[in-house]
Design a binder for this molecule. Sequence first.
Ligand code: ATP
Ligand code: MG
Length: 166
Amino acid sequence: ELLDYKRVMTHILDRFEFMLKSGKSTKGFVIKREFTTSDIYIEMDQDRMTQVIDNIINNAIKYSPDGGEIFVSIQESHDKVTTIVRDQGLGIPQKDLPHLFERFYRVDKARSRDQGGTGLGLAISKEVIELHGGKIWAESRENSGSSFIFELPYENFEIIDEGWDD
Ligand code: ATP
Ligand code: MG
């Protein structure tokens, strides 16, 4: 289905903000958004894409014991849309980065033991992003948070059109 991606994202983030405000959590989280001003229509499966974003934001919350800012950015270029979710949490050791998207992989069992979860979230996310023709990866410096980045293919006709102007 061809959907308004910023609208889908806004809906998901509003729901998280509501949950964070009304919940008993004493950690202070702020969700900051920086979306391109362009309208972004993407061919996607809304339920499955929601599952991906839910997992990434849930992870950002779960693995940020002291709260902090969760920054969500959506930007487009001529052929893709890039989404970045950055947190100020525990970070991920360099050696674990290549394995995060494997089934049941969890960084440091002791650290994530009391956090519910199976270690499937990112494996599923990768599958869904790839089904949409995109790719996903993580970047991190330990102790200064993590970023999860995914790119989705996109045809930006406005930019393509400009090329024909003379
Ligand atoms: P599930 O998503 O199935 O409930 P999970 O959150 O443990 O369980 P994934 O979402 O696949 O599983 O994440 C895999 C592991 O990657 C996590 O257990 C955690 O160790 C690490 N991780 C994921 N996101 C972050 C993050 N934002 N900051 C730090 N570590 C993270
Ligand atoms: Mg998860």
